[in-house]
Design a protein around this ligand. Sequence first.
Ligand SMILES: [Mn+2]
Length: 192
Amino acid sequence: MRKAKFERKTKETEILVELDLDGTGKAGIDTPIGFLNHMLELFTFFSRVDLKLKATGDVNVDFHHTVEDIGISIGEVFFKALSDKSGIHRFGHAATPMDESLSQVVVDISGRPFLVYRPIQLPEKIGEMDSELFEVFFQAFAFRSRITLHVNMFYGDNGHHIIESCFKGLGRAMRQAVKITEKDIPSTKGVL
Ligand SMILES: [Mn+2]
């Protein structure tokens, strides 16, 4: 069973997340940040995992702690559910348009945390979120899931569309990467 739960409580945030890698794309996302809920629902739908997330945080300060800790928690629950990574496809990539916008997301479930983030000019805020928080999310997710993640934005005029294409792309790339397609651990080292 490729399932996991992760709970994180600090003085800043309280997060509970549950993941089933062999799900159908069912999302139960509940955070105080509307735009992030929208993005995580898209991510879940296109990754075809089942993801339940309940998060509260000190959003009266700003959204930074909550966004970062959600990234940490989703990363950790993927790491736990992937276990020894036996049989996974390991790599995934997706170029995803949304109307006038295009981005590319590439992942390697490598055990080596890394983020390459190449944004284009974004509006200062998308929904109520500061645009700088998307990098914070991707960084936290990549480092805690121990994956190599590349997010390349190519072009687009509408900030909502650009970021939406990235989250759909992350879902599509992770869908390929977590899928069982191999008979062993896909590394010449024998360990991921
Ligand atoms: Mn949308």
